[in-house]
Design a protein around this ligand. Structure first.
Ligand code: MRU
Length: 346
């Protein structure tokens, strides 16, 4: 995809009417994913601090989407003050620690500015990051769907669709592409506590696409696999280490353990911007921990005894040994290990 896309042409290319990130050349508007699916509301961002707040506050979420939003945040910052490069970089980089796409996008934007400090060129770089992500998702959709046979029943976790990316989605993109080939019989999607990205966002996207889906509690997965034939677990990623260990939404590791126990294949779908070869293994990946209130309260209403503490890691690491295939836009890494990851990413 070489020409830069408009919001409307991007949706047409993604065959979607969901626009989580709208850049009109002037303004950045982010779909507030905290109020979906019952309300469609956009947040206008005026500078890097607004974008960082939207990322930290989960208005925009999903590894590729926060990278794209951060790239536009850099454009807003430098339009206001051409000397704010490092300040804007740090503000945005601090907004969430685990998804490496965020830092990757910021480093790419910083490199572009240092090479050519021109605002029009800088803006075009952000739009390119956005468009490339969509093109990569369409490619991964094709590659991942080729692994899925007819009549497949799959499980997915969190939200990895158009809302989490530049369009089409990563894991959900593979499901969409496989569905277009009539290979998906049913998708079980987890609730994904505590933010309910599965119940609120994935269920919404599946319903809009007319893909048969069923919601399942996170804790019901091992039971489901013990009673029904599931062909694949298909998930996205927030950071993949050099050896293939994969950080993704909390609960992914438990899904992978249950999948191994029941002979269910496990697929990770992520663009090259999600790989971090500076991390040798999963232990090097920083795991975001969020406030205890996300567990002790539900929408501001206490659900645990007052004053009770909670441990709230929002990602975990699935060891490479539990992964059958990682799909990225450059190819499929079967039974990932250091050599195979390096060979596909070089
Ligand atoms: O906390 P979130 O909602 O940003 O977490 C999102 C996930 O864990 C996704 O699986 C991951 O970012 C891949 S999205 C294409």
């Amino acid at each position: 995809m070489s020409a830069l896309l408009t919001p409307a042409s991007r949706n047409a290319a993604a065959r979607s009417n969901v626009s989580p990130i709208i850049w009109d050349g002037d303004q950045l508007r982010l779909l507030d994913q905290r109020v979906l699916p019952h309300e469609v509301r956009y947040i206008a961002c005026r500078g890097a601090a607004d974008v960082a707040e939207a990322i930290h506050g989960m208005a925009v979420r999903g590894a590729p989407a926060i990278g794209i939003a951060a790239a536009y945040g850099m454009v807003l910052a430098l339009r206001a003050d051409r000397d704010s490069l490092e300040r804007a970089f740090e503000t945005l980089a601090a907004s969430r620690p685990t998804a490496v796409n965020l830092r990757w996008a910021l480093e790419r934007m910083r490199g572009a500015w240092l090479k050519q400090p021109d605002l029009a060129v800088f803006e075009a770089e952000a739009v390119r990051i956005h468009d490339e992500d969509l093109a990569q998702n369409l490619k991964m959709g094709e590659l991942g769907a080729a692994l899925i046979g007819p009549g497949a029943r799959v499980v997915t976790h969190c939200n990895t669709g158009a809302l989490a990316t530049g369009g089409h989605g990563t894991a959900l993109g593979v499901i969409r592409s496989a569905y277009a080939k009539h290979h998906i019989e049913l998708v079980y999607n987890t609730e994904t506590r505590p933010w309910l990205q599965g119940a609120r966002l994935t269920a919404w996207e599946l319903q809009q696409e007319g893909i048969p889906g069923k919601l399942v509690a996170d804790g019901a997965i091992a039971h489901l696999m013990s009673r029904e034939t599931i062909d694949w677990v298909i998930v996205g990623a927030d950071r993949i280490a050099e050896n293939g260990d994969t950080a993704n939404k909390i609960g992914t590791y438990a899904l992978a353990v249950a999948a191994k126990q029941h002979g269910v294949r496990f697929m990770v779908v992520a663009p090259s911007s999600t790989f971090d070869l500076r991390c040798r293994g999963g232990a090097d990946i920083p795991i975001e921990e969020r406030t205890a209130r996300e567990l002790t309260e539900f929408r501001g209403v206490p659900v645990a005894p007052e004053g009770y503490d909670a441990f709230n890691p929002v990602f975990d690491v699935t060891p490479a040994a539990l992964i059958d295939a990682i799909v990225c836009e450059h190819g499929v890494i079967e039974k990932p290990n250091r050599e195979r990851v390096r060979a596909v990413l070089k």
